[in-house]
Ligand binder design. Structure first.
Ligand code: G3P
Ligand code: CA
Length: 253
């Protein structure tokens, strides 16, 4: 399924997070309405080992709660308001679980799931994720990404057929990985910070059979730059803006 996605792949970053509270069901619903090809979101474990969808390791920025995600159980996490900063229209927004996202969107999209267990790199997140994906019947619609190579290695052993994407932030890590593959697991894509992107690095990864995606492109100028140097897809908080930008770009080229 990853190979069948249109190019460039428009990936909704934390959902349509420019227009709705990030990593919520409303943001994902809006992303699909805005014609995103895939949904990106971040997952972590609660204290009772539920897989919850939230970017930060603490609850403070995106909810009316506070404290670390890993110290709170699911009931507490889901009692919080995850849309309060966006006003009354989103006042019922909760932090979703991975199961809830799969149940709601099923085969209507493709899922790029980022394992955010960098502060707890050896936790049970890979085991929990592998189980949920197995039970969901959506294996072919999932790509797992992480800055934590331990998590990707574990995933490979638990679920050998799951697609994986390597997240690389610094120019040095991008440059190194474009020359040598030092990781003991397979991966089908690399996800590069926009600031570490250049045409040579993109070609180098593509010549090794990897798809190259870039984050996070919310400005038409950045999207045009990435397209002009051969990107395969990009993460954006505004899929509608991305579609308009692609339309104009391909009219000219
Ligand atoms: O997956 C790309 C991007 O989401 C990685 O950075 O901090 O937005 O999770 P961050
Ligand atoms: Ca992310």
């Amino acid at each position: 399924m990853l190979d069948l996605l249109p190019r460039p792949v428009v990936i909704a970053h934390r959902g349509a997070s420019t227009h709705a509270p990030e990593n919520t069901l409303s943001a994902f619903q809006l992303a699909i309405e805005q014609d995103a090809d895939a949904l990106e979101f971040d997952v972590q474990l609660s204290s009772d080992k539920s897989v919850v969808v939230i970017h930060d390791h603490t609850l403070d920025r995106t909810t009316n709660g506070s404290g670390r995600v890993k110290d709170k159980n699911l009931d507490v996490i889901q009692s919080l308001n995850a849309g309060h900063a966006y006003g009354p229209a989103f006042s019922n927004e909760k932090i979703p679980t991975l199961d809830e996202i799969f149940d709601k969107f099923r085969k209507s999209t493709f899922y790029i799931i980022e394992l955010k267990n960098t502060v707890t790199p050896f936790d049970d997140l890979p085991n929990r994720i592998a189980l949920i994906i197995k039970n969901s019947g959506l294996l072919d619609r999932v790509l797992i990404s992480s800055f934590n190579p331990v998590a990707l290695y574990k995933l490979e052993r638990l679920l050998p057929d799951v697609k994986k994407g390597l997240l690389l932030h610094s120019p040095l890590s991008v440059e190194l990985s474009s020359h040598v593959s030092v990781f003991p697991f397979s991966y089908q894509s690399v996800h590069l910070s926009f600031y570490a992107l250049n045409a040579r690095r993109i070609k180098s990864f593509q010549s090794k059979g990897k798809l190259v995606f870039s984050y996070t492109l919310n400005h038409p100028r950045d999207i045009q730059t990435a397209l002009s140097i051969g990107i395969d897809g990009f993460f954006t908080g505004d899929p509608a803006l991305a579609r308009r930008t692609l339309g104009k770009y391909y009219n000219k080229h």
